[in-house]
Design a binder for this molecule. Structure first.
Ligand code: ADP
Ligand code: MG
Length: 337
């Protein structure tokens, strides 16, 4: 069947604009179509801003991910950063460079937009603008900018964890890394399995409601999102807060997919500690703070504690199932490299 084709940047922008007309938003006064978007920052709030590249070959592959998954993941990365600060999304901006083949193929653009805008709708974030260009290579390149609001002076940060705090994660760990295994195991000559539907790797769910609840109820002392893997991201939190941390192996909430897709306990532990792109939240709370078992339907698990940073001591320590203290190096997963 012939695929309808679009020609020119204007037609492409128009195709995007038409799909964004029914976006209810109190913050957005003027969206796609003028030189700038106009936003209203809610009274008593300040802006938090994040930007994330999604580059073909680095963050996704068109032979591994459907256009829907690529669009979803592009937005999810930015939304997860907002979630980590406890922010409420105000608007998204998308800069897109498409190779000629993908720019004229409506299947790619429409699928990408469907994935992106379905997630946007779920979190009430309007697509308020962007930029469009032909890619200088064969790669699809997307950059997402997210603006959010937090009550002035109250955004959750990485730098405010304190010794004695307990360490928590949302959801389950290692699922996204486990799902990559069948893809990596397929020889390049064979067709690769494509997005199978809702899943932590193809359709990660940013934890916005949890982040907002942590901020509003003043439950967390520090927070960040898990994009590069627990060992790497926790190292960042420890460095920013000038503290060390211990993780209890027995407490780690392993994603059920690590059971079905990974061969043994060692591989499961590795996925939970170092696997990237879980997009869960990592946060700290005072030991006296009572945390609910779940927030907004997402399980909350205590996985360890913050300790004093001491000279000649590792920043991260894993307390193994047998009670042994094992120094833990950051070995976060580097996307598709
Ligand atoms: P200008 O050259 O003045 O920057 P453009 O022609 O690039 O204007 O964009 C026209 C309008 O379309 C602007 O409102 C811009 O924000 C929007 N736009 C362009 N590309 C995208 C995109 N990929 N996604 C969303 N909006 C876009
Ligand atoms: Mg422009």
């Amino acid at each position: 069947m012939a695929v309808p084709r679009i020609s020119g940047e204007l037609a492409l922008i128009d195709r995007i604009r038409r799909r964004t007309e029914a976006q209810p938003s109190r913050a957005l006064r003027l969206g796609i179509g003028d030189d700038c978007a106009i936003l209203r920052v809610p009274r008593g709030q300040e802006l938090v801003v994040t930007t994330d590249f999604s580059l073909e070959g680095r963050h996704f592959r068109r032979d591994w991910h459907t256009p829907q998954s690529i669009g979803h993941r592009t937005l999810a990365r930015g939304l997860s950063d907002l979630a980590a600060m406890g922010a409420t999304p105000l608007a998204a901006f998308l800069s897109l460079a498409l190779p000629k083949s993908a720019a004229t193929d409506t299947r790619f653009l429409d699928g990408f937009l469907e994935g992106l805008l379905t997630l946007a709708k779920l979190h009430n974030v309007p697509l308020a603008g962007g930029d469009t260009s032909e890619s200088p290579s064969d790669a699809v390149l997307a950059d997402i900018v997210l603006l959010g609001g937090t009550p002035t002076g109250q955004a959750l940060r990485r730098s405010t964890g304190r010794p004695g705090d307990l360490l928590y994660v949302t959801g389950a760990l290692g699922g996204a890394a486990a799902e990559l295994q069948p893809l990596l195991a397929t020889p390049p000559s064979e067709p690769r399995p494509l997005s199978p539907g809702p899943s932590p790797h193809y359709f990660p769910q940013p934890r916005l409601a949890v982040g907002q609840a942590l901020l509003r109820r003043r439950l967390a002392t520090a927070a960040m999102d898990l994009s590069d893997g627990l060992s790497t991201d926790l190292t960042h939190l420890c460095e920013a807060s000038n503290v060390a941390a211990e993780i209890d192996e027995t407490a780690l909430p392993l994603h059920p997919l690590t059971q079905t897709l990974l061969p043994d306990a060692t591989a499961r532990l590795h996925a939970a500690l170092h696997g990237g792109e879980d997009y869960e939240l990592l946060f700290t709370a005072r030991p006296g703070t009572k945390l609910p078992r779940s927030i907004a339907g997402v399980p909350i698990t205590c996985i360890g504690r913050i300790t004093d940073k001491l000279p000649r001591r590792p920043l991260l320590t894993l307390i193994s199932t047998s009670g042994k203290s094992i120094p833990l190096k950051p070995q976060g997963w580097e996307h598709l490299r």
